[in-house]
Design a protein around this ligand. Structure first.
Ligand code: APR
Length: 320
């Protein structure tokens, strides 16, 4: 059987890291695509030369033409610009919307059967626009945010409790922005939920609230430190987990910015929800029971995403 083909649209910080992890895991042959001439070719060659040392054996190729992504099984999109200190993800909307148009058209023409994972920010609006521009089925176009946001939450919780990150599971709903909803009731350490851990004296509600806020600000904290760009290792690792779930039909239960119609009272929009990812793409959206406070937080987040989608429609009339 031919190896799967993984097209990485955008060969910047995240794109290069995606290529490295995909190659190390031998998920398939990798095409790095970018508008910058030489960059994807240089990164592909450099990474290919890791193969003999790291012991992987896949093909890596750089490209500036969409023809090279032809027949890709998975496309991971990071094309666009990242934020700088002081910028919010939403500040990127105007520039990155134009990028989504050309990427969507390229994918529609050359890789219409791919599972498409968008990482470009502002995530929930960009994945919606990318789906609109590409015309691919909704279940085959998804945004990566929840895996990353919950990984950040898990990391901070493991530090607070002094336990392995592997035994911490966490749940984050809503848009990938300041209004994201880390759900403490559904987040656990060895199966014990966070409110119970507060009651057991493992932490205090104040400390937990601070961790939730640090999770919401997780991306900005890294932008502030890097100063020249945004996070790339954990975003890449998170998208690869989703790609692997699709390619290996793993039926993983992962939070993702998925198209939601019906569940959570939504009438068709992209927002972060728990999903099941397998060979069918987004095979299921999991609707969990929320209490009034959680519902209010999710509604606020949904409104923020709706505002961004409206702004996209205002900029590009073909989306209206
Ligand atoms: N088509 C293809 N590639 C493009 C296009 C385009 N129209 N426009 C820009 N690019 C490429 C740039 O040349 C650059 O190599 O996208 C790449 C982006 O890489 P970085 O600037 O290093 O950004 P990165 O850190 O990888 O983040 C990419 O993901 O997390 C989000 O907010 C982040 O939107 C940003 C995206």
């Amino acid at each position: 059987m031919a190896r799967p083909k993984i097209a990485l649209i955008g060969a910047g910080q995240i794109g290069g890291t995606l290529a490295h992890i995909a190659a190390q895991k031998e998920l398939g042959d990798v095409i790095l695509f970018d508008i910058a001439e030489g960059v994807p070719q240089g990164k592909a060659l450099d990474l290919a030369q890791c193969g003999p040392v790291e012991g992987f054996d896949v093909a890596l190729k750089g490209a500036n033409s969409y023809e090279d992504i032809a027949g890709a099984d998975v496309c991971i999109v990071t094309a666009g610009v990242p934020r700088k200190p002081g910028m919010s993800r939403d500040d990127l909307l105007g520039i990155n919307l134009k990028v989504m148009k050309s990427v969507g058209e390229g994918i529609a023409k050359y890789a219409p059967n791919a599972f498409v994972i968008c990482i470009t920010n502002p995530l929930d609006a960009m994945v919606w626009a990318l789906r609109e521009f590409s015309g691919l089925p909704h279940e085959k176009v998804v945004g990566m945010a929840g895996v990353l946001d919950s990984a950040r939450f898990r990391h901070f919780l493991s530090l607070e409790f002094g336990v392995s990150m592997r035994d911490v599971s966490a749940f984050v709903l809503g848009g990938h922005g300041d209004t994201m909803v880390p759900l403490t009731r559904y987040s656990t350490v060895g199966g014990i939920n966070l409110p119970d851990l507060v009651a057991m004296g493992w932490t205090t509600q104040e400390k937990l609230d601070a961790i939730v806020q640090r999770t919401r600000d997780g991306g900005a904290e890294i932008v502030g430190l890097l100063k020249t760009g945004s996070a790339f290792y954990a975003p890449a690792a998170s998208a690869i987990e989703m790609a692997e779930a699709y390619l290996k039909d793993q039926k993983r239960v992962l939070p993702a910015a998925a198209y939601v119609k019906g569940a959570y009272g939504l009438d068709g929009m992209y927002v972060g929800v728990p999903t099941v990812i397998g060979a069918g793409g987004i095979e299921r959206v999991v609707e969990i029971k929320l209490n009034d406070e959680e519902k209010a937080m999710l509604d606020k987040s949904i409104d923020a995403v709706k505002g961004l989608v409206a702004a996209c429609k205002g900029i590009d009339s073909s989306l209206a």
